[in-house]
Design a binder for this molecule. Structure first.
Ligand code: XLS
Ligand code: NI
Ligand code: NI
Length: 436
């Protein structure tokens, strides 16, 4: 097997004393935290689209990423070769999972039939590499947003032919995900949204999206694909109003169209921020509904305000994410997929390694801090006490469903409420900092 990153050997855990930039200081795959190995807590994934296909361009200039292995062509051979580069990267970083869009791994050719056979040829290669290395597919997805036919949406296009083409593409993408033993399949809205109501039939578009997802559920059953379906919320970009704007909007949509039993959410940090939330908010909304499935880990930049998809390096944020995840009991089907790209200035292949190693170490620190906060227990105890009134007296009666407005009026007439004691936000923020 030829080597594409000869300057990098397997990344090892060297501990906090190490000065080696390509060593883990905190991530030790087999170290147990709360009785489970770090590897199992995270189920780290790498995004094929960012690692292998993102040229790192911006609206003012072309890509800068050096990809010496890539001949720049749309050939199947070139696409197959990239899979070897990617698996070498997975092996050297010790990332166990990956995610892809159909059109990242294989080229889109002149006809759907040609594109499908190109996809099959690349999937053959991926299948072999998975067998050789033990790496696994976290989820697959279809790219329904790059080609101009999808400029007005895919499942929500005003044009039924486009809907049909998207359906065919999803059918094939689910098949290859199934063939590769994928543990999930993601629907990110892409261009499912609109820019102006002046030309949009919103009800029709939403109904069609519901129909589309039901067809996918039916097909999944038909072929016996048992991976989890995910919806990935995002509020804007590319369209001004994306239908899957945040966790709450997705849950409402899924309930409305009777799809909630078949989907969980894949929450992405940068998307939650664009929605005006923190990521822990969206994670909590999803997990409270029993629907937190997977995480696209990245970071935004508050000064830029778009989906910058940076690598996560903020230990506070990682701790908050890991607290929600540990409180939920961890991942079942999902994982922590680095949906992140290097900055345009970080154009050398080795930067891919620095980026992922940093993300993994950041989450290792977040995991340890979150576990320490849970073991300490003061935070949880404070919250339990804050709501303790609900465990007795009138509170317990309300929660048992034994009260009505007239009862509560009689109670209120007999007694002025005692104001609750301080929320102690600052004290708790200080307590949180004790663990970072
Ligand atoms: C784009 C999304 C996308 C999904 C997969 O903003 O994050 O990359 O994760 O389609
Ligand atoms: Ni994403
Ligand atoms: Ni994104």
């Amino acid at each position: 097997m030829s080597e594409f990153f000869p300057e990098v050997s397997s990344i090892k855990y060297e501990g906090t004393e190490s000065k080696n930039p390509l060593a883990f200081k905190h991530y030790k795959a087999d170290e147990l935290v709360e009785g489970k190995s770090m590897r199992e807590h995270f189920r780290f994934g790498a995004a094929y689209w960012h690692c292998m296909r993102n040229p790192l361009g911006d609206p003012f200039g072309p890509g800068t990423a050096q990809m010496p292995w890539d001949d720049g062509s749309d050939s199947v051979e070139n696409a197959q070769k990239r899979t070897h580069v990617f698996f070498e990267f997975l092996e050297k970083t010790g990332i166990d999972y990956y995610c892809f869009h159909d059109r990242d791994i294989a080229p889109e050719l002149g006809t759907l039939a040609e594109s499908n056979s190109a996809l099959d040829a690349v999937v053959d290669e991926l299948e072999g590499l998975q067998q050789q290395t033990g790496k696994k597919l976290l989820w697959g997805t279809a790219c329904l947003f790059v080609h101009p036919r999808y400029a007005m949406g895919a499942a929500t296009s005003p044009c039924p032919e486009v809907f049909a083409y998207a359906a065919a593409q999803v059918k094939k993408a689910i098949e290859v995900t199934h063939r590769l033993g994928g543990e999930g399949y993601t629907f990110w809205g892409g261009r499912e949204g609109y820019s102006s109501l002046i030309n949009t039939d919103l009800k029709r578009e939403l109904d069609n999206l519901g129909r589309f997802l039901h067809m996918a559920v039916d097909y999944k059953k038909e072929i016996g694909f048992e991976g989890q379906f995910y919806i990935e919320p995002k509020p804007k970009e590319p369209t001004k109003h994306q239908y899957d704007s945040d966790a709450a909007a997705c849950l409402n949509f899924l309930r409305d169209y009777d799809l909630l039993d078949h989907f969980k959410l894949n929450i992405e940090t940068n998307h939650a921020i664009l929605a005006g939330h923190t990521v822990e908010h969206d994670l909590k909304v999803a997990s409270t509904a029993g629907a937190l499935g997977s995480i696209d880990a990245n970071a935004g930049d508050e000064l830029l305000g778009w989906d910058t998809d940076q690598f996560p390096t903020n230990i506070y944020d990682a701790t908050r994410i890991m607290l929600v995840l540990l409180d939920m009991g961890g991942f079942t089907t999902g994982g922590l997929n680095f949906d992140a790209k290097r900055r345009r200035e970080s154009h050398e292949p080795i930067d891919l390694f620095h980026a992922h190693v940093g993300g993994m170490d950041t989450f290792a620190r977040g995991l340890k801090s979150a576990a320490a906060i849970r073991a300490d227990g003061r935070m949880k105890e404070f919250v339990a006490n804050r709501y303790g009134g609900w465990d007795e007296g009138v509170g317990a009666k309300i929660e048992r469903g034994e009260s009505n407005l007239a009862d509560l009026e009689a109670y209120a007439l007999s007694k002025e409420p005692v104001p609750p004691s301080s929320g102690r936000q600052e004290m708790l923020e200080n307590l949180f900092n004790e663990f970072i």
